[in-house]
Design a protein around this ligand. Sequence first.
Ligand code: URA
Length: 441
Amino acid sequence: MRMIDLIEKKRDGQPLSNSEIRFFINGFTAGDIPDYQASALLMAIFFQGMSRAETVNLTMAMAESGDMLDLSDITDYAVDKHSSGGVGDKTSLIVLPLVASFGVPIAKMSGRGLGFTGGTLDKLESISGYDANLSETEFRRIARETGIVLAGQSKSMAPADGKIYALRDVTGTVASLPLIASSIMSKKLAAGAGGIVLDVKAGNGSFMKTPGEARALATAMVRIGVDAGRDMVALLSDMNQPLGAAVGNALEVSEAVKTLKGKGPEDIHDHCVEIAAHMLRLAGRGESRTDLTETRHEVDRALRSGDAFEYFGRMVAAHGGDLRQVEDLSRLPQARLRYNLLARDGGFVAAVEADKVAWAALALGAGRSSKEDAIDHAVGIEIHANVGDPVSAGELLMTVHANDDGRLQAALELLADAVKHSAEPVPRLPLFHGVVEGRDM
Ligand code: URA
């Protein structure tokens, strides 16, 4: 087989066979296919797209390019979740202990933040001592003994995706539906879960800007999972304003703990109840029910009773984290400076633009511009107003937590027009735009 033939075939709009896709993935991962030929093929895929069969074959080849995690010594059916990335999205911190509190073991590998979106591990590392870099033996031991483990992704999983993503990033081929779907799903399939709930965001604070784009990505990913023999569901959730009231690592841990005790903001509470209910359904809890109403009630009770918080504490302790910081939130990292942003006009909040809030959090030091950057766990933004809220001139809209005057000024410039006002009442934003069910595929 020759790479040039594959490039020409795809360039001319013909589908690639499974053995051709395997030839490309295995050869590129092994270093036998040069970057210039891989780039040309990626660009041809960008323009010509891929069929359902090609996309699943590409995903399986990428998943099988490294270790495939076998979780059968921990549970006979693992459930996982994945968010396509948003602003203030601390859902994993809440939903995973919540689901574990129902006796469903959670053994999850998660990512770090880069650019605009935060990473679950960075948030957890706001807690002193939390060690996310576990060996596979430690990962399995904690999962078995504690019922929940949340650690960094092993470098030996889906190495083809790492190499291809780095090339896409510099060749203008990131924004391709089959390439995004196969990239995300290769890591999910390698992580060993039988059931996967996808949280695909739509809005200015996410990759997909409209519910239509999010549905297309969700459908592509759900199809891949179904064809690979997994139980799948994707929820399409709104990301036009930040999720919850906190953006920034320690601030988000604090909000997650409050939500785990049933005292979080309504939007993040309801969002997490929905995701958890779907995970429990896939895990066989409440499966016989035709709707999730009772499961949602049970999930809500687990938050209010403290059961979910107990599992969060178990997880933090098992990873070596300082439990005193989650029991007394004032012990989490605190920023030196606080700046209150007030409403200039009265009326109604028409927008709290998630992308501007995210760039401001990055300017404060809450995220990374490049992989090597250190992050400041204490800084971030608290948001006191949601779209649709009535507001008076002079009312508190946001509190900016900073450790550096220059960075604070940069963040304030980015936030200057993040909140829009309207003299007329504005409807609240929906939490969800729909569901894509694997069983319908
Ligand atoms: N996230 C991924 O893991 N891969 C993509 O291609 C896009 C987002």
